[in-house]
Design a protein around this ligand. Sequence first.
Ligand SMILES: C[S@@+](CC[C@H](N)C(=O)[O-])C[C@H]1O[C@@H](n2cnc3c(N)ncnc32)[C@H](O)[C@@H]1O
Length: 231
Amino acid sequence: MPGLIPTLNRRGFMAESLDRFSSAFVHYAAGCGGTVLDMGCAYGVATHAALGQGATVHACDMEAGHLAILEAETPAALRPRLSTSVGTLPALSFGAASFAAILCSRVLHFMRGEEIRAALALMHDWLQPGGRLFLVADTPYAGFWASAAASYEQRKAAGEEWPGFIADIGSFFPDPATVDGMLPYLNPLDPDILVRECGLAGLAVLDSGFTGRGDDRQGRKHAGVIAMRRG
Ligand SMILES: C[S@@+](CC[C@H](N)C(=O)[O-])C[C@H]1O[C@@H](n2cnc3c(N)ncnc32)[C@H](O)[C@@H]1O
């Protein structure tokens, strides 16, 4: 698919271009003066952009192969401002107040609701007071799952807490082998859910909305939020 690079571990695709929330992270990272975290960085589309703007970045992903490629593709002159680690949210720990900003782009929809809550509580603690959290998630209007968007809208109207949750992604494909190696479930999110969950984590929400990438920057395939750890 144009503009998308498949991940090595079948956790979707890394986008080659940045949506408006990831762009805001890069801009903030360049000026904040502290180390920032790119959580679920894949091959480093945001990490490379932030390093190029002068930021100091810690890139973390559950797949070591992604980090090896990210490091190999980082110009030598930028390497002193890059560190990496392998880890899986929410079974992951950094020190409290370690980061001036965190980007977690297109990762949360691979988690069940309770894991999302645990991950947001952790990221809240990893932020310095006043630090910013930039979240992006795939929505029910993205990818193969868009055919179920009407069901999501009905469940949302009925007040379900995780209305986009798909318990069996194999049901979207005629050949069940299509999803071999993938998580069996997916939890597409929307801006309202991200705002609610940031609030529950104690963060102050600064901006939120639907977004897209490339030619679809005004689209609804991604949901984003910018939130701040209170001082
Ligand atoms: C769809 S890609 C998104 C990559 C990039 N951040 C972007 O916005 O295009 C998801 C990435 O998150 C990683 N990932 C998924 N679940 C994760 C988890 N629970 N903890 C850490 N990394 C995770 C995957 O290995 C993959 O590299």
